[in-house]
Design a protein around this ligand. Structure first.
Ligand SMILES: [Zn+2]
Length: 663
C-alpha cells in the first residue's frame, strides 16, 4: 500500500469535503454546490462515500480522490497536500534519505528474483515428473486448472541445491537468494541450502499483486512443519499481509463485506466456487494493520474461524476437535478484546462465524458450496458471539457458573465504545443468564486482565510508521496480464505508461501529438488514478518544459521520498519489447484511450445507478443532471472508440510493415 492509500484509508472524504461544502444526502451519496465553479442553482457536485471519490457533473466536469480535492481546494502542490493530510491521518512521513543507488538496484533485482522463482516453481509443478505428488495433492483438493493458474501454484524439488544452482546459473548470488528467503544458512557450519524442498509452493502477493514471499506446504505424510513460510523481511511481514487480497479487493468492495478465513486452501477453494470476497490471515491474530487495509474496501468483516480456535479462546473450554484434520499453518488466535477495541477504533462491524466441528471452509465449500453463503449470513457480532458460546452448555441452576461467565464477558461489554450498543449487551447478557440486569451490574470483576486497554488509550488514534520504502520498491509484475477492465487494469496501464515515459521522455510528446490528431485531449496528470502518479506526471511535464534532456536521475532528484518510492516501483516494471519510438507511442496512445474508455464507461454505469436512486428519491434536481450526463457520456464513448479503432488499424499496419521489412 502506498502512503497516499494509507492516508485515504484513514480519512473520510465526506468529512473533508463537508468542511468547505455544505452537503446533503442523495441516496447513498452526498450532493452540494461545486466549490470549483460558479453555481448556485443546481447542486452538481457529488461525493461518493463508497469509492471515496468526488465528481462535479456541472461546468468543470472534474472529479477525483481526496488528494485531488484538497489540492484543488487549497491550491496545494502534492507535497503540501501529502504533509497536511498525513498529519491529519496520523501517518508519519519519512524524511527523504539520500539516494542509495546500490540498494535500489539490489531491491529491483530481488523483485525480479521473486517473480522468477514463482515462474520456476510453477513450471516445475506443471511439467516435472517429480511433481506428481504435488499435482495429486492439488487434484485431491479438487482445484481446477484455472485456479492453479490464478494462484500460480508451484513445486520445489526434493533437493538441497536445485533452486540454488538454477538461480546461480541465472546470475543471482547466494547472498541475493538468502535475502529473498530462497536459501537457508546453517549458522554453525555456514552451509547454505534450498529453503523449500519437496513442497507445494504458494506464492504470496501484497495488496497490489506483487509477489513478496511464499507459503510452502509439505508433501510428506508427517512432514514438519506442515507449512513453511518465507522468512520475515521488511517485504514479507505476515502481520501486514492478507492472502488473496489482491484478487479479492474488488469483490469485497462490491459485496461490502470481507470474509476472513484461516488458510490458503480456504481462499483458493472459495475463489474457485465463485466466492471472491475471501482472504486469509496467515497464522497471526488479526492485526489493526490488516483491518485498516481491508477497511479501504468495506466496513464489514466476517471472521470465519475453526470451531476450536474460537471456542477454546473465547470460553476456555475445549471443544474436543481433532485439529490435525484441518489443513492449517498454525492456530489463529481469537482475541475478542482486541477485536472489540479495533471495531470501535476503526468504526467497523466485525462479526464471527464458526465452522462446524472438524470442518474448515475448504471442506465445506468443496462438499456443499451452497452452505457457504448460509453460514456467512449467520455471522454474529463479536460480543453476541462470545455470549452465545460462553453460555451454550451452561447449567442455569448453577449460580457460581453463571457468575463465572458474567465475569468473563463483562470486561468485553465494558470496553464497547458505543453507549447504546453497550447497553444492548448488558441486557442481552442478563437475559441469556436469566438474571436481573441490576444484579448483573453489581457483579465484581476479578483483577483487570492485562489485555484490557484503558479507555484513554483507545480514544487516541494509533500512530504508525508510514510504509517502508523497501516495501514499495520491491515490486514484481504478475506474469499473466491483468484483466482488461476495471480499476486494477487501469492502474497497471498507467504505471506502464509512466514507466515508458520516464525511460524515454520524448515519447510523451509523440503520444500527445497522436492524441491531438485523433481529436483527443493530451495526457494530463488528471488522467491518472494514483495521487503519486499524478504528481510524477506533473513533474515530468515540468522537467520537459525546463530542460532539453530529461534523465531518470534528474527526475529522481527532483522528487521527494514518497514519489521516489513510487518511481522505484515503476522502474521495476518490465521494459517494452519495442525499442522504436513510433511503435512505443502507438501502444501508449492505445493504452491512454483504453483507460479513458474504462473511465467513461464506469462513470456511465455510476450515473445510471445514480439516476435510478434519484428517481426513487424523487430528487428532480439530481435527475436533471444525470439525464444530461446520460446524453453526453455515450458521445464520449463513441469518440473514444472511433479514435481507438483508427489507432489500432495504424498500429497493426505498422506491425505488418515491420514484419515484412518495409518499415
Ligand atoms: Zn464544478
Amino acid at each position: 500500500m502506498t502512503v497516499t492509500e494509507e492516508i485515504k484509508g484513514r480519512l473520510d472524504l465526506v468529512d473533508i469535503v463537508s468542511e468547505s461544502v455544505s452537503l446533503r444526502r442523495s441516496g447513498r451519496n452526498y450532493a452540494g454546490f461545486c466549490p470549483f465553479h460558479q453555481n448556485t442553482r443546481t447542486p452538481s457536485f457529488f461525493v461518493f462515500p463508497e469509492t471515496q471519490t468526488w465528481r462535479c457533473f456541472g461546468a468543470c466536469a472534474e472529479g477525483g480522490d481526496l488528494f485531488s480535492f484538497v489540492m484543488k481546494k487549497e491550491g496545494w502542490e502534492f507535497k503540501e497536500a501529502l504533509k497536511n493530510m498525513a498529519d491529519r491521518a496520523g501517518v508519519t512521513l519519512e524524511e527523504a534519505e539520500p539516494v542509495n543507488k546500490e540498494r535500489q538496484k539490489a531491491h529491483n533485482k530481488q523483485a525480479g528474483l521473486l517473480q522468477a522463482a514463482t515462474d520456476y516453481f510453477h513450471q516445475l509443478f506443471l511439467y516435472a515428473p517429480q511433481a506428481e505428488d504435488a499435482r495429486q495433492y492439488v487434484a485431491r483438493r479438487s482445484l481446477h486448472e484455472e485456479t492453479i493458474e490464478h494462484f500460480a501454484l508451484g513445486f520445489a524439488l526434493d533437493s538441497w541445491d536445485a533452486c540454488r544452482s538454477h538461480f546461480n546459473m541465472q546470475g543471482y548470488s547466494d547472498q541475493e537468494l538468502l535475502a529473498a528467503g530462497l536459501l537457508t544458512e546453517n549458522p554453525d557450519k555456514g552451509t547454505k541450502y534450498d529453503r523449500f524442498r519437496n513442497r507445494l509452493m504458494i506464492p504470496i502477493r501484497d495488496v497490489d499483486g506483487r509477489i513478496v514471499g511464499f507459503g510452502a506446504r509439505t508433501l510428506e505424510k508427517d512432514g514438519i512443519p506442515k507449512y513453511l513460510n518465507s522468512p520475515q523481511t521488511d517485504l514479507f511481514d505476515k502481520s501486514h499481509l492478507l492472502y488473496g487480497l489482491d484478487s479479492a479487493k474488488r469483490a469485497i468492495r462490491e459485496e461490502r463485506q470481507a470474509v476472513i478465513v484461516e488458510g490458503y486452501m480456504d481462499v483458493m477453494q472459495a475463489w474457485q466456487a465463485g466466492f471472491r470476497n475471501v482472504v486469509a490471515q496467515m497464522g497471526t491474530a488479526l492485526t489493526e494493520e490488516q483491518l485498516r487495509m481491508l477497511k479501504r474496501y468495506t466496513k464489514q468483516f466476517i471472521l470465519a474461524l475453526d470451531a476450536d480456535a474460537a471456542g477454546a479462546k473465547a470460553t476456555l473450554r475445549s471443544l474436543q476437535v481433532a485439529r490435525e484434520t484441518l489443513d492449517r499453518e498454525m492456530e489463529v488466535k481469537f482475541d475478542a478484546h482486541g477485536l472489540v477495541h479495533q471495531e470501535g477504533r476503526l468504526q467497523a462491524d466485525i462479526r464471527v462465524i464458526t465452522m462446524p466441528a472438524g470442518k474448515d471452509p475448504d471442506n465445506i465449500i468443496q462438499e456443499n458450496p451452497e452452505d457457504w453463503p448460509k453460514l456467512v449470513a449467520q455471522a454474529k457480532p463479536v460480543v453476541a458471539y462470545v455470549i452465545s458460546v460462553a453460555t451454550a452448555d451452561l447449567d442455569m441452576s448453577d449460580a457460581k457458573a453463571k457468575t463465572a461467565v458474567a465475569q468473563q464477558v463483562l470486561p468485553l461489554i465494558k470496553d464497547i465504545q458505543d453507549p447504546i450498543e453497550r447497553d444492548h449487551y448488558w441486557q442481552l447478557l442478563a437475559r441469556t443468564l436469566h438474571i436481573d440486569e441490576r444484579a448483573l451490574r453489581q457483579i465484581r470483576l476479578p483483577e483487570k486482565p492485562q489485555r484490557t486497554v484503558r479507555r484513554e488509550e483507545t480514544a487516541v488514534p494509533a500512530k504508525k510508521q508510514a510504509g517502508q520504502p523497501a516495501h514499495l520498491g520491491w515490486a514484481t509484475v504478475p506474469k499473466k496480464p491483468r484483466p482488461t477492465t476495471g480499476p486494477i487494469a487501469t492502474d497497471m496501464r498507467q504505471a506502464d505508461f509512466l514507466h515508458q515515459s520516464v525511460r524515454m521522455p520524448q515519447v510523451i510528446l509523440r503520444v500527445n501529438q497522436k492524441l491531438q490528431e485523433s481529436g483527443q485531449q493530451q495526457v494530463t496528470d488528471d488522467d491518472f488514478l494514483l495521487a503519486e502518479d499524478r504528481a510524477i506526471m506533473r513533474q515530468m511535464y515540468h522537467l520537459i518544459a525546463t530542460s532539453s534532456v530529461v534523465t531518470i536521475d534528474e527526475l529522481w532528484d527532483s522528487l521527494e521520498q514518497t514519489l521516489q518510492n513510487r518511481l522505484k516501483f515503476l522502474l521495476t516494471l518490465p521494459q517494452s519489447p519495442e525499442t522504436e519510438l513510433e511503435r512505443i507511442s502507438d501502444t501508449l496512445v492505445l493504452s491512454v484511450l483504453d483507460w479513458r474508455l474504462a473511465k467513461v464507461r464506469q462513470l456511465l454505469g455510476e450515473v445510471k445507478h445514480l439516476l435510478h436512486e434519484a428517481k426513487i428519491e424523487g430528487d428532480t434536481e439530481a435527475l436533471a443532471i444525470y439525464n444530461q450526463q446520460l446524453r453526453e457520456l455515450p458521445l464520449a464513448v463513441l469518440q473514444l472508440n472511433k479514435a481507438r479503432d483508427a489507432m489500432s488499424a495504424t498500429s497493426r499496419r505498422r506491425a505488418e510493415d515491420a514484419l515484412n521489412g518495409r518499415y
